[in-house]
Design a protein. Structure first.
Length: 260
């Protein structure tokens, strides 16, 4: 715990990770990084469902710009090397991409996650890897994994909302935008509630989210958090936040990606 607190205090002295980013994509629950690939290489994945969202919110030409940034969060250690390789390849092409092998949460620390021991999990890159109390396994055996967690509200405020935003490169550039995709297997209730309480949601333009069963959430706010988040656009001082229930699992398996 002492090490985590020290690292946390050091992080606040660092400049915001998104400095110089006019457009920011937060891929919360990255799995193997396909949504970041949809952002920077849409021509390789023409059947993805997220393309229209990116084209409405970000500049249509993204391969030659330094003001578009993506930050992905994926706690599954089985995906760490793959995401590190993708980050390296994209950095070599001049694209600003960074992946974090951590779980987003209400506070920093460590949490117990579960690997579901099921053949479908292997095929789908373990998309049900989740916190112990936030995944229904239907009697299938599971193995435990302790993963580091970050205070995602604090991270977002410091690294995204406090960033230096450059001016437009072209006259028809969209306004500065932060888009967040969230698919975290039931932990969205706790994380969004904490972001709301700390004021971390007001400067996000669009959230696309897969809502999971409210029974996975503990607390009286669970039944109301969806509605509260949706009315943020009516709060003075907030950007007109849009929340869209949306789940894009296209190209989720190796066989699908290989066909492209």
């Amino acid at each position: 715990m002492t090490v985590l607190l020290l690292l946390s205090s050091i992080a606040w002295y660092l400049p915001p990770a998104a400095n110089g980013c006019r457009y920011v994509f937060l891929d919360v629950g990255s799995n193997v990084g396909m949504h970041v690939r949809f952002l920077f290489e849409p021509e390789r994945f023409p059947l993805n469902k997220y393309g229209d969202i990116f084209n409405r919110t970000f500049p249509p030409r993204r391969s030659d710009r330094q003001d578009i940034c993506a930050f992905g969060f994926e706690p599954n250690p089985k995906h760490k090397s793959r995401l590190e390789q993708l980050q390296k390849q994209y950095s070599e092409r001049g694209w600003r991409v960074q992946f974090f092998n951590e779980a987003v949460a209400a506070k920093e620390g460590r949490a117990k996650f579960l690997h579901v021991n099921d053949v479908n999990e292997t095929i789908n890159n373990e998309w049900r890897f989740a916190a112990q109390d936030s995944s229904k396994h239907d009697g299938v055996s599971a193995s435990e994994e302790m993963v580091p967690t970050i205070d995602f509200a604090a991270w977002t405020i410091h690294n995204v909302h406090m960033r230096n935003i450059p001016g437009a490169m072209f006259h028809n550039d969209p306004p500065p935008t932060v888009v967040m995709k969230m698919d975290i297997e039931g932990s969205e209730y706790e994380v969004l509630a904490t972001m709301l309480a700390k004021g971390a949601l007001c400067n996000i333009s669009l959230i696309t989210i897969e809502w999971h069963n409210k029974r996975l959430c503990k607390g009286s706010f669970c039944a109301r958090i969806r509605d509260v988040v949706k009315i943020l656009h009516d709060i003075p001082g907030c950007q007109p936040l849009r929340v869209q229930s949306f789940d894009d699992e296209s190209y989720s398996t190796f066989a699908e990606r290989r066909r492209e």
